[in-house]
Design a protein. Structure first.
Length: 158
């Protein structure tokens, strides 16, 4: 099992986000964006990123759908989040168990997740889905591209 960005890790991170959202619902696409922003918050002038900046990290946003969906299903199967079905599709929200579970996690990493989740919800929570989608689409090519520029500079013969 790969520990980084596994369904379990993604699902746990999203529990922090849903807990910070305090009962507001979010669809899978919004949660994919939130997960990226949670982990790479410095990419959008937020707090220091939780994970290192890696080349082409913007592609994480494009390939995370299945992994995050599996993580959400794992958390739902343990009754750690609520899933509703409606005209807008499948929406997720926190429950009392989400809050209770997240409050049990006291590690430094959990505290950083809590802080970043609060920041993500405060910064992006009021954006309409279309605005968040446009923001992510516009920015995705920039994230991790600085490594491409550095590599090009290193290959120059002076």
């Amino acid at each position: 099992m790969r520990p980084f960005n596994s369904p379990l890790e993604c699902g746990l991170r999203i529990l922090f986000v849903l807990n910070s959202a305090r009962g507001r619902t979010a669809d899978l696409q919004r949660l994919i964006a939130y997960d990226y922003l949670l982990v790479h918050s410095a990419d959008v002038d937020g707090p220091e990123s939780l994970h290192p900046s890696v080349p082409f990290r913007g592609t994480e946003f494009l390939v995370k759908r299945d992994v995050l969906n599996a993580g959400l299903n794992e958390m739902f199967s343990r009754e750690l989040l609520d899933k509703t079905f409606g005209a807008a599709g499948i929406l997720y929200r926190s429950t009392k168990l989400t809050t209770a579970f997240v409050s049990l996690l006291k590690t430094d990493y959990a505290n950083l997740l809590r802080e970043r989740a609060d920041w993500v919800v405060k910064r992006f929570g009021d954006m309409k889905d279309s605005e968040l989608s446009a923001f992510m689409t516009e920015s995705i090519g920039k994230w991790g591209a600085e490594f491409e520029r550095l590599a090009a500079i290193n290959e120059l013969e002076l």
